[in-house]
Design a protein around this ligand. Structure first.
Ligand code: G6P
Length: 599
């Protein structure tokens, strides 16, 4: 989604803005722009495409002695991808960048249409005009307050006024932070973008206005307020590639270390600790998330269904965009668990707020601990994955599934479904993960990728927990390689999807469920008989006839509570190698965004 940067300080303003924009690239964007104040005049430069294009364009102008500036990466929502629709927008004396969606922008346009001629199709330009309509040359705060009080929807804004060497920021329902350096100040959608310059920041809350001049003030309702300065708990190195060709590969490798961190936080003396909540007191758990976060929650539901469900206790999983608009029956026996890497995904956040209003207990399994969800949920389980930059999540999903498995094990232990010895044995396998992940990452996926990367369609099949792993594996493949991919419960193959199989169509079968593996093998035979190219990814103890499988990846045998983690890592690596051969922009797939802060 769109990203915002602002800078006021002694460094070269244009260079700081560009370098911070580059740190925000992971959010996904289609155009970019910046506005810089020099000699009391604001110059706006913008263009379509990569930030490199913007860099090239601004290199034609002299930006020396600029005092401050704002910049933006745009991910089109209102209006096509074009220079006119890119930010910053300028109307009258006001220049602004915006992230979010204004729902009543047409009404605002109707109010202003006699006074202003609009150049773009964006809601953002209407906000700019609205602020200008209240501006008398000297009442910046008042103009911003009056204008934003009329907006319906979500926004974070970076604003400058012609002739004033200051930057203003305000937000509602999308993130904005103030970065604090040595006599220099920043605005950003994400602290990650500022890490090369500072780790100190203040999280702005809804309707607070920050004014950045030689120093900064934060206002709420016209009164100066004082807020806690936070320190980011990760370094710039963690947000850089560190020698890896892509962030995705780096992040897949980081799963080794994250499993160590998760183990030491959540498991002590072969016991699960620090999960804060007593899950046992609830009768229903709803898991809610989007994309891969939703897929990770399916792991928890699968194990709850398999081991814990009875008339008294059960779990559901919902995509946030559905949960939000459903009818709900809530009482004190319901716990809602939200999964979100960013902690800012608009639909998930809206569901969290809905539950909070209902007085329901909420838990956020979240990576960014300064995020809105982490601050608003009753309980927080940190994912400890560090900054995730590649748009397609790998380590985020990993960490969410890991924590989901621990949640279920805790319930199982408390309900005496497993005893002490069984729990200890299972947790030993969590401890072995770093070694096993390393082993899985280092298998040869290139050879398989080479044989399938030119195909138009690739299918995943599996049964039991494997079908849920298939959801994530198939999503990963299509996200980054743009190959059409779907997955099917393998028993469903003959009820329709088998019509799609022709000579050399790749079918990737995941095999980690011993009890149903013979059934899946039968389905593999059916696909093979129609000419499919079979790739099997299986756990060590499941055997497969050499003639059946064209390519076979074997992962170490572990407890079922972490087995699917090893299987998905093999799928992540395969997707990565396929996308690489197809020369795709792996870390920034087209049309996708890392942090989906609009509905
Ligand atoms: C986007 C990302 C996905 C992610 C989903 C949910 O679609 O591309 O990788 O799974 O959002 O994001 P969240 O931050 O809530 O986990």
């Amino acid at each position: 989604m769109c990203g915002i940067i602002g800078y006021k300080g002694k460094r070269n303003v244009k260079d700081v803005l560009i370098s911070c924009l580059q740190m925000l690239e992971y959010r996904g964007y289609d155009s970019s722009g910046l506005a810089v104040i020099k000699n009391n005049k604001i110059r706006v430069t913008k263009c379509v495409g990569r930030i490199e294009n913007l860099k090239e364009k601004v290199s034609r102008y002299d930006f020396d002695n600029s005092v401050c500036g704002i910049a933006h990466t745009r991910w089109a929502t209102h209006g096509k991808v074009s220079e006119e629709n890119s930010h910053p927008h300028r109307v009258g004396n006001v220049v602004l960048v915006h992230n979010g969606v204004i729902e009543n922008y047409k009404e605002i346009e109707d109010l202003l249409i006699k006074k202003y001629k609009f150049k773009s199709e964006t809601d953002s330009e209407r906000i700019c005009a609205l602020i200008d309509s209240f501006y008398n040359g000297n009442n910046e705060l008042e103009a911003i307050e009056k204008a934003t009080s009329m907006l319906k929807g979500s926004y974070s804004l970076g604003i400058m006024f012609e002739g004033k060497n200051k930057i203003y920021g305000i937000k509602k329902d999308t993130p904005l932070v103030l970065g604090i350096g040595n006599k220099e100040f920043f605005l950003a959608s994400d602290i990650c973008a500022l890490l090369p310059y500072t780790k100190e920041f203040i999280i702005l809350d809804d309707n607070e206005i920050v004014e950045i001049g030689d120093n900064f003030n934060i206002y709420y309702d016209g009164i100066i307020i004082y807020k806690k300065i936070e320190t980011a708990d990760y370094d710039v190195e963690e947000a850089m590639k560190n020698g890896y060709e892509h962030f995705m590969l780096k992040e897949i490798n980081e799963q080794i270390d994250i499993s160590r961190k998760l183990y030491s936080k959540y498991i002590t003396n072969e016991n699960i600790n620090d999960l804060i909540i007593d899950l046992d007191k609830y009768k229903r758990i709803d898991f809610v998330g989007c994309g891969s976060a939703y897929n990770a929650s399916l792991v928890a539901k699968y194990f709850i269904d398999k081991y814990c469900t009875n008339g008294e206790f059960y779990a559901n999983c919902y995509a946030s965009s559905e949960y939000r608009y459903m009818n709900h029956y809530f009482d004190k026996n319901v716990l809602v668990v939200f999964l979100s890497q960013s902690g800012e995904t608009a639909d998930t956040l809206a569901c969290l707020r809905m539950c909070n209003e209902e007085g329901i207990d909420t838990v956020a399994i979240v990576n960014v601990i300064s995020s809105t969800m982490a601050r608003e949920a009753k309980y927080v389980l940190p994912m400890l994955a560090g900054p995730e930059i590649c748009v397609a999540t790998t380590k985020g999903y990993f960490s969410q599934s890991y924590i989901c498995s621990l949640l279920v094990l805790k319930v199982m232990y408390k309900r005496k479904i497993i005893n002490r010895e069984e729990l200890t044995r299972i947790l030993e396998d969590f401890n072995k993960l770093p070694k096993y992940i390393d082993e899985v990452i280092n298998k040869d996926y290139k050879i398989i990728a080479d044989s399938i990367y030119k195909n138009k369609d690739i299918y995943y099949i599996g049964r039991g927990i494997d079908i849920y792993t298939c959801y994530e594996a198939s999503l990963k493949l299509k996200e980054i390689s743009y190959i059409h991919s779907e997955c099917f419960a393998s028993g469903e193959l003959k009820h329709g999807p088998i019509a799609l199989i022709s000579k050399r169509t790749p079918v990737i079968a995941l095999l980690s469920e011993f009890s149903v593996c013979e059934k899946t093998i039968n389905n593999i035979c059916e696909a093979k008989a129609r000419g499919a190219k079979i790739i099997t990814i299986r756990k060590e103890s499941i055997n497969i006839d050499k003639n059946l499988s064209d390519y076979d990846i074997v992962v170490p045998l572990v407890s079922e509570f972490v087995q699917s983690i090893l299987i998905i890592i093999a799928c992540q690596m395969l997707s990565y190698e396929v996308a690489k051969l197809r020369k795709c922009d792996i870390d920034k797939p087209r049309n996708l965004s890392k942090s989906v802060t609009v509905e």
